[in-house]
Design a protein around this ligand. Structure first.
Ligand SMILES: N[C@@H](CCC(=O)N[C@@H](CS)C(=O)NCC(=O)O)C(=O)O
Length: 215
């Protein structure tokens, strides 16, 4: 199985961590923004990462890809089957992919992607507004809903945790720290999920890569 993309993308990282938690081996074909390689475009018609291929089957979108992985290898179960738990898992996946990304993406794009990889100035005003005004209520929400167990759904690791924790690695790369007074539970939660062997090696590689590309 092939994943096209870079783990610097929270969506790609989510797929890679999900595959690792499943015990599914995947090959990563590095892909940058704007890649027009026909093999990649066949998997991801709109050029977004991640793309994915399993033999002659190709698809894109991190949520579609993890649904496929969960179906081809049902154990360990990471997308609950019980109705309410399943719906909550999909909600958290959606929260991470749309609400959290809409905010974190502005910071990561303007402070790292644009200046370092696209050779254009980032808009610091947009990034700062996202960090100061948009992010705190999104973090407050997680602080309220993370259970004692340290897992969002069914008191065990699910896609919900993988999807929600993934974009926090991007905040880490931006040196945006979680406030232990305002978000103590969230801070411990993110640290625990991102320390898992499914995430940690990817994040370490990203950090090394970003250090190399720093001005
Ligand atoms: N909903 C998609 C979002 C994928 C996405 O937006 N990826 C970004 C990188 S973080 C991308 O490839 N952007 C390039 C573009 O929009 O052209 C998913 O879950 O995979």
């Amino acid at each position: 199985m092939i994943v096209y993309g870079s783990s610097l993308s929270p969506f790609v990282r989510k797929v890679l961590a999900f595959a690792a938690e499943k015990g599914i081996e995947v090959e990563v074909k590095p892909t940058g923004l704007g890649n027009k390689d026909p093999e990649f475009i066949e998997a991801s018609p709109f050029g977004k990462m991640p793309g994915f291929r399993d033999g002659d089957f190709a698809i894109s979108d991190s949520s579609a890809i993890v649904a496929y992985l969960d179906a081809v290898k049902p154990e360990p179960n990471l997308i609950p089957t019980e109705a309410k738990a399943r719906a909550r898992t999909i909600w958290f996946d959606e929260y991470a992919d749309t609400i959290l990304f809409a905010c974190g993406g502005k910071m990561f794009f303007n402070r790292i992607v644009a200046p370092r990889f696209l050779g254009q100035a980032g808009d610091e005003e947009v990034a700062a507004k996202a960090e100061c005004d948009e992010l705190p209520p999104l973090l407050d929400y997680l602080e309220r809903v993370i259970p004692e167990s340290g897992f969002l759904v069914e008191d065990r690791l699910t896609l919900a945790d993988i999807a929600v924790a993934s974009p926090f690695a991007n905040l880490l790369h931006l040196n945006v720290a979680l406030d232990p007074k305002r978000h103590p539970r969230l801070k411990a939660y993110v640290e625990a999920i991102l320390a898992r062997p499914s995430f940690a090696p990817w994040i370490a590689r990203e950090t090394a890569f970003l250090e190399k590309t720093a001005a």
